[in-house]
Design a protein around this ligand. Structure first.
Ligand code: ADP
Ligand code: MG
Length: 491
C-alpha cells in the first residue's frame, strides 16, 4: 500500500506512523524524519490516544517488525500490538491511535500484518497442553502471565487443557480432531512433547498426524528442546519465536523394547545421565540444578554401568563431523526451511514407517559394530543439540538429516579428568576431549548388564532392558525460530 493516510488530532500531538524496511516507526509529526519514497515508505498521521500519560510529549519509537504481533482498525481506532521483551509480566504493549471520522486505514493495517509476518501464516489455532507437574509447577503461571497475552495479541485462538495425569497428553493427542488445530503447544519440560508424539504415532493416520507441528514452551526441569529450537528459555522470546516461527521437519526415532515400539524425538541415555534424569525425581523441586548435583555425585563415586553397545555408525571421525556440520550450516545460512501449516497429503500418509533394521528381538545387523563396555560411564544419543538449557551435548545436531549424534565416556576416569570433561559440555568442548567418543549413527542397540538401573528416553524412564532405536528422517514437525537448531557450534 503506497497511499498516505491521515488522521486528525483530538488532543496531544499529531504523530506519524510508517513502515520502513524491518521497522515500524512512530514519531511526533513535529519531528518528521527524512522522507524517502524510494524506500517504499508508508505513513499515516494520527493522534496517540491512550499513552500512559496523555499530557506528556510522545517520544519517537522504532519497533522491530519482528516484535509486532498485530494491528487492527476498529471503531475508527488503529491499534498496534508488539511484545515487550524485558517484561514477562506485561509482555504486550498496545499503541492506540484515534482516526478522523470516516477515515479508513484498513490498507495500512494489512501492510503492517504483511510486513510483520512476511510469509509466516498468521492467526493460528492452537491446542495448548499444560503440565502442572513439570519442573517447579509454574506452567499455569507461565501460560497466564506471558504466553497467553502474546498469543492473544497475535490473534491466535487457543484451546487450553491441563494434563491430569502422566500419559494424559498422549491420550489427548491420540484422539484429538487434527483439522481443528494448526499447532500443538506444550507448556512443560521435554516430557510432554514426548507424550504428544507418542499419542500421534499410535493413531491409524500416524504419518499424517505427526505432521501437525509441535511448539515448545519451557516449564519443566529439563528444557533442552526449547533451548535447541529457540536459542533461549526466556518465555517472551519463545512465544515470539513460535508466533513468527516456521514449521520445520525433524527426525524421529522408533524405539523397540521387549515387544513394544514407541517414538523418541530428543534423547536416549544410560549411565550417569539417565541416573540423573530419572533417578533424581526427589530433587525435581531444584529445577535443572538436580542434574548438576546428581552428575557430580556419580562422577566422584566413579560409577560404572556395564553394557553391550551396537552402533550403525555413519561417521565417527570428529574432524569430518565438524566440517560437515559447518558446510551444512553455511549452505543454510539465511535460508528458512518450511513455512506451511500442514504439509501432508491426506491421500498418501497412513501409519508409521516400517523398521529398516527390525526390532531389538532380531539379530544385530552385520553392518553394525558391537562392543562390550564393562566400565561404561555415560551413553547418550540425541536428536537435538541442548540436553538442558546449559548443556550442549550434541553441538553438531541438525534437523532432518536422518542421523542421531552419539557420545559415550568411560566411568572409571580419574575424577578431575571426568569433571573437566563434564564441565566443558557447557561450551561443547567435550566434543574435542580424548575421553569422549562421538559419532553420527542411524541406529543403535544398548543392552544393559546390570540387574537394576535407569534408561531414559526424552527424559522419561523406560524399562531397564535392551533397547534399540533407529532414525526416521524428517518424520516429525515442530515450530522452530528459523528452520534450524541452535548450538554452541552455530555461528
Ligand atoms: P520435567 O522437565 O520436570 O521432567 P516434563 O514436562 O518433562 O517436566 O514432565 C514430567 C512428567 O510429568 C512426565 O512424565 C509427564 O508424563 C508427567 N505428567 C504430566 N502431567 C501430569 C500430572 N497432571 N500429574 C503427574 N504427572 C504428570
Ligand atoms: Mg522431563
Amino acid at each position: 500500500m503506497s497511499a498516505r493516510q491521515s488522521f486528525s488530532g483530538i488532543h496531544n500531538a499529531r504523530i506519524h506512523c510508517s513502515i520502513e524496511n524491518d521497522e515500524l516507526r512512530i514519531y511526533p509529526a513535529s519531528e518528521p524524519p527524512e522522507i524517502d519514497l524510494r524506500h517504499n515508505r508508508m505513513s499515516l498521521d494520527g493522534v496517540l490516544q491512550n499513552c500512559c500519560s496523555p499530557s506528556a510529549p510522545f517520544r519517537a519509537r522504532v519497533l522491530s517488525l519482528y516484535d509486532v504481533l498485530s494491528a487492527s482498525f476498529v471503531d475508527q481506532r488503529l491499534s498496534i500490538s508488539c511484545v515487550r521483551r524485558k517484561n514477562s509480566k506485561k509482555p504486550v504493549k498496545t499503541y492506540v491511535f484515534d482516526a478522523q471520522p470516516n477515515e479508513d486505514c484498513q490498507g495500512f493495517v494489512k501492510s503492517i500484518w504483511a510486513a510483520a509476518y512476511r510469509s509466516t501464516p498468521t492467526k493460528k489455532r492452537v491446542k495448548v497442553l499444560l503440565n502442572p507437574f513439570g519442573g517447579s509447577g509454574k506452567a499455569k503461571a507461565i501460560w497466564n502471565d506471558t504466553i497467553c497475552p502474546i498469543f492473544n495479541a497475535a490473534h491466535y485462538v487457543s484451546d487450553v487443557q491441563e494434563t491430569q495425569h502422566s500419559g494424559h497428553a498422549a491420550e489427548i493427542a491420540e484422539s484429538m480432531q487434527l483439522d481443528k488445530y494448526d499447532i500443538i503447544a506444550c507448556v512443560s519440560g521435554d516430557g510432554l512433547p514426548h507424550e504428544v508424539i507418542n499419542g500421534l504415532s499410535r493413531r491409524e493416520d500416524a504419518g499424517r498426524a505427526l505432521k501437525v507441528p509441535i511448539a515448545f514452551i519451557p516449564a519443566g526441569s529439563g528444557n533442552g528442546s526449547s533451548k535447541s529450537i529457540y536459542d533461549t528459555n526466556k518465555h517472551v522470546e519463545c512465544a515470539l519465536s513460535i508466533v513468527k516461527g516456521v514449521v520445520t521437519p525433524i527426525d524421529l526415532m522408533s524405539m523397540t523394547q521387549g515387544g513394544r515400539r514407541f517414538m523418541s524425538y530428543f534423547s536416549t541415555s544410560y549411565g550417569v545421565i539417565a541416573d540423573c534424569d530419572v533417578g533424581t525425581e526427589h530433587l525435581r523441586w531444584m529445577g535443572e540444578l538436580r542434574f548438576t548435583v546428581g552428575v557430580v555425585q556419580r562422577i566422584f563415586q566413579r560409577t560404572c554401568y556395564p553394557c553391550t553397545l551396537s552402533l550403525s555408525v555413519i561417521s565417527d571421525d570428529k574432524d569430518s563431523i565438524r566440517r560437515e556440520f559447518h558446510a551444512r550450516n553455511a549452505a543454510k545460512q539465511g535460508k528458512i526451511a518450511g513455512n506451511t501449516h500442514h504439509d501432508f497429503d491426506v491421500s498418501k500418509e497412513t501409519g508409521l514407517p516400517a523398521l529398516r533394521y527390525g526390532s531389538v528381538n532380531d539379530p544385530v545387523p552385520d553392518t553394525w559394530t558391537t562392543t562390550h563396555y564393562p566400565k561404561m560411564g555415560t551413553f547418550y544419543a540425541g536428536l537435538m543439540p541442548y540436553m538442558s538449557s546449559t548443556t550442549c551435548f550434541f553441538p553438531t545436531s541438525t534437523p532432518a538429516t536422518g542421523l542421531m549424534d552419539v557420545m559415550h565416556m568411560q566411568g572409571n576416569l580419574p575424577f578431575f579428568s571426568a569433571l573437566n570433561t563434564v564441565v566443558s559440555v557447557e561450551k561443547a568442548d567435550h566434543f574435542n576431549s580424548k575421553y569422549c567418543y562421538y559419532a553420527k549413527c542411524d541406529a543403535f542397540r544398548l543392552t544393559p548388564e546390570q540387574h537394576t538401573g535407569h534408561i531414559s528416553v526424552d527424559g522419561e524412564s523406560v524399562a531397564f532392558q535392551a533397547i534399540q532405536g533407529e532414525v526416521h528422517q524428517g518424520l516429525g514437525r515442530i515450530i522452530t525460530k528459523n528452520g534450524q537448531f541452535f548450538s554452541e557450534f552455530s555461528e
